[in-house]
Ligand binder design. Structure first.
Ligand SMILES: Nc1ncnc2c1ncn2[C@@H]1O[C@H](COP(=O)(O)OP(=O)(O)OP(=O)(O)O)[C@@H](O)[C@H]1O
Ligand SMILES: [Mg+2]
Length: 369
């Protein structure tokens, strides 16, 4: 089976970011998402659907800081794209009645960039650093001191004449967001007083997200239509909101404007979104795994090459959901397709059972059981 030529998919289809950008199901923000997302962002903790655990923990952190009259501990929000990390960061500032300054890891290339941001902070401000795992090393080291002692050492001059001038900064709260908490260095991770681990949303929670967005955007949707969108949104509010907009388009052009169950199903068929919310890339990954590698185990980079994608895209965009949906397992020896994956592709799993699942590192519960 391992030697079988790969015939069932066309790597070129997924080769570029642009091709991916057309995908209705990407959890990464796409053209057109940004404006709508601003409209749809929940403003207060009470409006934020789902994530009950993180919400409760955060409520306690914020409330106790409010009672003590001090800025709360630094907060790290970690989880896959589109689950609401940026939204929560803004909510934290809103709940504290504080101003929020926004930057990102890649923007903080030089320590001086960070020093400028830090020295402009006013007491109680929230500093939001998105993609904090991508911060450059010198800026990261400056951040250690800033987080711990509200102080930075600014180096003036070069060579033997260089001096370092300590600079006080106003007590602030750092909110960091990351899709890869594993890529954070230990010292940085340790300086956060609280880490909120965002989880994929249940279908019921996404249904609420869809209904809320529909009412904000003035889209008429029946309950059964909302259920159908929620089911296919890969546990991700950003995707739910995007599918809702595609359904609205279809409903306007090809129906009478109301998103009924039938309209939703027909619309999502047009956009290549299957019953479980898998898109073409997910199906290509599973197909490659099953057809070309006999269901695995196979290394993720080999799998990525087989579908013509970056390893990180397969790892960060496809896999978390495939694992969550119970289709793929990560084992010490590589990726393995589960029985559900074979069945979803309409294939019969091998008679000897699927390889090595007993040692699967993690097999998330299915969203749909
Ligand atoms: N809990 C929620 N309730 C309602 N809408 C939500 C919720 N979480 C996210 N959304 C919607 O999903 C969109 C994307 O969320 P957000 O930008 O906060 O995700 P993110 O985790 O920061 O993603 P990324 O990792 O790509 O930065 C928001 O604009 C909002 O419309
Ligand atoms: Mg974000």
């Amino acid at each position: 089976m391992h030697d079988e030529p790969m015939t069932e998919f066309e790597p070129a289809e997924f080769a570029s970011e642009d091709a991916r950008a057309e995908e209705a199901l990407s959890a990464l923000p796409q053209t057109g998402d940004r404006e709508v997302e601003t409209t749809l962002r929940p403003r207060k903790l009470g409006e934020f659907v789902g994530q009950p655990r993180v919400r409760e923990q955060l409520e306690l952190v914020l409330e106790s800081a409010r009672m003590r009259g001090v800025p709360p501990d630094h907060v790290l929000l970690s989880g896959p794209p589109g689950l609401g990390k940026t939204s929560l960061a803004m909510i934290i500032a809103a709940e504290l009645d504080a101003a929020i300054r926004i930057t990102s890891g890649p923007a903080l290339e030089r320590a001086g960039d960070l020093a400028a941001m830090l020295s402009n902070l006013v007491e109680g401000d929230v500093l939001f650093i998105d993609e904090i795992h991508r911060i450059a090393r010198p800026a990261e080291e400056m951040l250690y001191l800033a987080m711990e002692d509200f102080r930075v050492d600014v180096v003036v001059g070069k060579g033997p004449g260089a001096t370092s001038i300590p600079l006080e900064i106003a007590p602030f709260t750092l909110v960091g967001a990351t899709t890869r908490s594993g890529a954070l260095t230990g010292p940085l991770r340790d300086r956060f007083g609280f880490t909120g681990q965002m989880e994929f949303y249940t279908a019921e929670e996404l249904e609420l997200v869809v209904r809320r967005a529909a009412s904000l955007l003035g889209i008429r949707i029946e309950d059964e239509g909302a259920v159908e969108i929620a089911r296919r949104s890969r546990g991700t509010p950003r995707i739910a909101n995007r599918l809702l907009r595609r359904v609205r388009d279809y409903a306007q052009v090809r129906a009478d404007g109301v998103a009924t169950r039938t309209v939703v199903r027909a619309a999502l068929e047009v956009y290549d979104v299957d019953e479980l919310g898998l898109d073409r890339l997910d199906r290509a990954v599973l197909t490659a795994l099953v057809r070309s590698f006999g269901g695995g185990p196979v290394g993720v980079s080999t799998l990525a090459v087989a579908v013509g994608e970056e390893t990180t895209t397969v790892e960060e965009v496809c896999e978390p959901y495939l694992v969550r949906a119970g289709m793929l397992a990560r084992t010490p020896r590589g990726r393995v397709a589960t029985v559900s994956a074979w069945e979803h592709l309409g294939l019969t799993p091998p008679a000897g059972g699927v390889a090595d699942l007993g040692r699967a590192e993690q097999l998330g519960p299915s969203l749909f059981d």
